[in-house]
Design a protein around this ligand. Structure first.
Ligand SMILES: *[C@@H]1O[C@H](CO)[C@@H](O)[C@H](O)[C@H]1NC(C)=O
Ligand SMILES: *[C@@H]1O[C@H](CO)[C@@H](O)[C@H](O)[C@H]1NC(C)=O
Ligand SMILES: *[C@@H]1O[C@H](CO)[C@@H](O)[C@H](O)[C@H]1NC(C)=O
Length: 366
């Protein structure tokens, strides 16, 4: 009996050794041939963890004091004020973290690579740093590197602060756009997942009940309104309570956007329409669209490359009454001192994330 056990262990040992050798060899391959038959990317797997965690075991760890480690789950709750150190196993690691840490170029955040792990340190975290922290293994094939989606780990970290039940925001009055074709989010996130949160309209005062279908609350996102209708226009705020006094969030102006998403809706006009040699002309290409959708313009015109013209692009939001908002994006092409070569067709191509629209107008000699 004992002999059998010994033999099995020996076989297992050989297997493990063999496995390890293969890994080393594969690692070398990565840099050697960029295009492999079949185009399959080699995945360098970490050695199987002994504790039987199996596939998907997180490589993200939190370093506690005195060299103790903790593996944060998908959600973790930490006390603010105490420095946080996260590590992620691997020699090439990418990170993501709440975006305000980049926007304000926060010196409290430091990210350092090392041979064996990537390290993220955030000093004196506060309620505002609540959010998703994520790391992933970067796999390189020659000079091309990409994120290994199978080895991406995320922990949503709450820095629970009883004086800041809502994650503080730099903006005190936020605008939320309601569109008929997609969910809208009132982003009142909390710093304590146990907080009871409700949504309120300011005038007339009314609580909007989260009922699990049309209106739901997710502490990592806020209130999610499915297929929002114009009835949700107005000023809203959230209220949160754990123990003690309830707290109020910043205010949110909910605006209904009626313009459907699609390629830009473009208008093109020349002013004046009819000109003679030596005149000045403005050709204006305008797009009416959703407030957050960027539009880019390209022009084609008769004197292209043969004479200087000026183009100026701008956009502004226009309030169309009753909390309806649209964005007007414009490109103005200015021709000074018209010459013979300038008469003909002026073509404006406007492009947004959904497509492009081409419109033409012609400038004729009077
Ligand atoms: C961010 O900070 C670093 C170092 O403190 C500095 O080199 C860099 O220019 C800053 N970037 C911006 C956009 O302020
Ligand atoms: C949830 O609320 C919405 C709007 O307030 C309502 O239209 C819907 O019928 C409600 N659903 C349930 C299951 O109560
Ligand atoms: C063209 O637009 C500019 C800037 O808006 C304006 O000052 C100018 O008078 C316009 N010219 C014509 C011919 O409309």
């Amino acid at each position: 009996m004992k002999l059998w056990v010994g033999l099995c262990l020996a076989l297992l040992w050989v297997e493990l050794q063999h496995g390890a050798c293969q890994q080393v060899k594969r690692r070398k391959d990565i840099g050697e041939n960029r295009i492999r038959p079949g185009g399959k990317r080699v995945k360098v797997r970490p050695a199987k963890p002994k504790d039987g965690g199996g596939k998907g075991q997180s490589l993200l760890t939190q370093v506690l004091d005195k060299g103790r480690f903790l593996r944060p789950g998908p959600i973790s709750t930490l006390a603010p004020g105490r420095n946080m150190e996260l590590r992620c196993k691997g020699n090439s690691i990418g990170w993501s973290y709440p975006s305000h840490l980049d926007t304000f170029n926060d010196s409290r955040l430091s990210i350092k690579p090392s041979d064996k792990y990537g390290q993220l340190i955030l000093t004196s975290p506060s309620a505002a740093d609540t959010g998703p922290y994520s790391c992933w293994v970067i796999v390189c094939d020659g000079s091309e590197c990409e994120r290994d989606h199978e080895r991406t780990y995320v922990s949503y970290i709450y820095f629970t602060d009883k004086d800041n039940l809502f994650v503080p925001s730099a903006i005190h009055f936020e605008i939320v756009y309601l569109r008929p074709d997609r969910p809208a989010v009132v982003p009142c996130r909390v710093t304590d997942p146990r907080a009871k949160v409700s949504l309120h309209r300011e005038v007339p005062p009314e609580e909007i009940a989260a009922n699990g279908t049309q209106v739901t609350y997710d502490p990592t996102k806020g209130f999610v309104l499915q297929n929002p209708s114009p009835e949700y226009r107005g000023v809203f705020y959230c209220k949160a309570v754990t123990k003690g006094t309830p707290q109020i969030s910043t205010k949110y102006q909910l605006l209904y956007v009626e313009v459907p998403s699609g390629p830009p809706f473009v208008g093109l006009e020349a002013s004046p329409e009819s000109v003679g040699g030596g005149d000045n002309v403005n050709v204006t290409c305008s797009v009416l669209g959703e407030p957050e959708v960027d539009v880019s313009f390209t022009w084609s015109y008769p004197g292209q490359g043969r004479r200087p013209v000026q183009t100026q692009t701008s956009w502004r939001l226009v309030n169309r009454g009753m909390s309806h908002t649209t964005r007007i994006s414009q490109s103005v092409l200015t021709l000074e001192d018209m010459e013979t070569i300038d008469f003909g067709n002026y073509i404006c191509k406007a492009k947004n994330q959904n497509g492009e629209t081409i419109v033409t107008t012609s400038i004729v000699s009077n």
